[in-house]
Design a protein around this ligand. Structure first.
Ligand SMILES: Nc1nc2c(ncn2[C@@H]2O[C@H](COP(=O)(O)OP(=O)(O)OP(=O)(O)O)[C@@H](O)[C@H]2O)c(=O)[nH]1
Ligand SMILES: [Mg+2]
Length: 222
């Protein structure tokens, strides 16, 4: 009896991601994937970002977690369409895959959307390995996590377009060297766009929202 082994899980994920890319190109919907280690502030930031964009753009959210719908509940106040992926229901994976994102997109009316936001599962390793067919990968790195993370988790930083250096309000209380993390980022990915942000003070959030709005517009009117 022949036993078939799926040899290249990444190739099958990539081909589904390509399908998503062409669907979203056709529908002119921008998709951004927010990744980070657990607790660096993704959901809190998204609350501010969605709050600032929702009057101008039609937004939907895909919320990834291993367990609970807590983040989806936190963001449901915005009244946008949300689909929760809770991976403990099918094995507890620590990342999202393109086939699941494809299924979530079926739940949205893409003709009446401008932006799909993905909050990936809190993890600096596995989510970087799985293409989801998005336009922009945003990695959130909080200043409590250390300056060396871009060197220790290179794929996450090499494969992302944008970095939000977050929790800037905590700098006065930490021995954190911003110049050092910027140098590590430059070595890891010199092309990355960086915003220094804080959800507590609002620092940098308007600038990031403007950047996102520019990208949404570019996709709508290429
Ligand atoms: N000081 C400070 N705390 C923040 C900031 N952003 C978020 N926090 C706090 O950090 C903690 C984690 O924030 P979340 O937004 O839940 O982080 P997350 O990345 O979504 O976490 P997971 O989804 O579990 O990976 C909460 O206690 C927030 O109040 C910030 O800019 N400054
Ligand atoms: Mg979260």
């Amino acid at each position: 009896m022949e036993i078939k082994v799926l040899k290249d899980i990444f190739a099958s994920n990539e081909s589904r991601a390509e399908e998503i890319r062409s669907l979203l190109r056709e529908k002119k919907v921008y998709m951004a994937d927010f990744m980070s280690s657990p607790g660096s502030g993704k959901t809190t930031l998204l609350d501010s970002v969605i709050g600032r964009l929702k009057d101008r753009y039609r937004i939907a959210l895909i919320e990834g977690d291993i367990k609970t719908t807590r983040d989806a509940e936190r963001l449901a106040v915005h009244g946008i369409p949300i689909v929760q992926i809770e991976t403990s229901l099918f094995g507890g994976d620590c990342h999202l895959e393109s086939s699941w994102i494809r299924k979530c997109l079926d739940d949205f009316d893409l003709d009446s959307l401008d932006l799909v936001i993905i909050e990936n599962i809190g993890n600096l390793v596995c989510p970087a390995e799985f293409e989801l067919g998005d336009d922009e990968r945003v990695v959130v790195l909080s200043v409590t996590e250390g300056e060396d993370k871009p060197l220790k988790y290179p794929l996450m930083f090499n494969s992302s377009h944008t970095l939000l250096l977050n929790k800037m309000d905590l700098l006065p209380y930490l021995d954190y060297n911003v110049d050092e993390v910027m140098e590590n980022l430059r070595r890891s990915n010199p092309k990355m766009t960086v915003f220094r942000t804080s959800s507590k003070t609002g620092e940098g959030i308007d600038e990031f929202v403007k950047h996102l709005a520019r990208n949404i517009e570019k996709k709508r009117r290429p």
